[in-house]
Write a protein that binds this ligand. Sequence first.
Ligand code: NAD
Length: 250
Amino acid sequence: MSGTEQKVALVTGAARGIGLATAQLMAEDGWRIALLDRDEPALKEAAANFKGEAISLLHDVSDPQAAPQAIRETLNAFGRIDALVNNAGVADFGPIEETDFTRWRTVMETNLDGVFLMSQAAIPALKETKGAIVNIASISGLRASTLRVAYGTSKAAVIQLTRQQAAELGEYGIRANAVCPGPVRTKLAMAVHTQDIIDAYHDAIPLNRYGSEREIGEVVAFLCGPKASYVTGQIIAADGGFESTGVGLP
Ligand code: NAD
């Protein structure tokens, strides 16, 4: 692939963690990348160290004005969008009685509204390329736990939104899938994972370890690319086997 034929992916939450690893991996596979994040210093640092062709988009996915603007900026720079990776997310650890409405809304605005808004704005461009949407959900959207009322509910909603997208957009050749990562040692996770939680995860995960950012990115890249051309509406856990075991979330 070269020039205008080279595929383009817009990755949200791309300044660090799973989003940055995914973007870097896809760039190594020949994709041109739009790195979107709301954290300006982190985005600048990510762009400065990025290996490959990329633009930076400083936006907050929970802002309804941001999505159409981000899509326009990507099309202006690259002329096409072949994949949208809705990865931006925030974590919140708290049971229902301790989660006030502000915390609940903060989680929903990024984790759910952001996916809705970005996907909706990207649809016309994705119709042109018969492109793909990959939503980053979580094992917390597959299983309930006593600590994740807002986060888990937001991710369960993203899983259903993915199925809706697959059902509605298949007629345009657009595929939509979700990846549910298990625990990965990113800033998001390590802000809430105590040593007890880390130990419990190691015990509960058949592979006995956390995943890496790139291990998640590989699954996302597969789902974005032509090798997954007949895969849509799927919810794929990349979690070391956690979801399949029936052992409860710590
Ligand atoms: P991270 O905190 O390292 O990175 C998240 C990035 O998203 C940051 O750069 C942050 O600035 C950006 N971001 C957050 N809210 C945003 C917004 N409203 N608009 C634009 N950018 C925003 O976290 P991570 O662990 O890499 O998480 C990436 C995704 O993976 C999230 O959706 C998260 O829920 C999911 N996930 C992570 C884990 C884990 O253990 N790390 C497990 C399951 C799912």
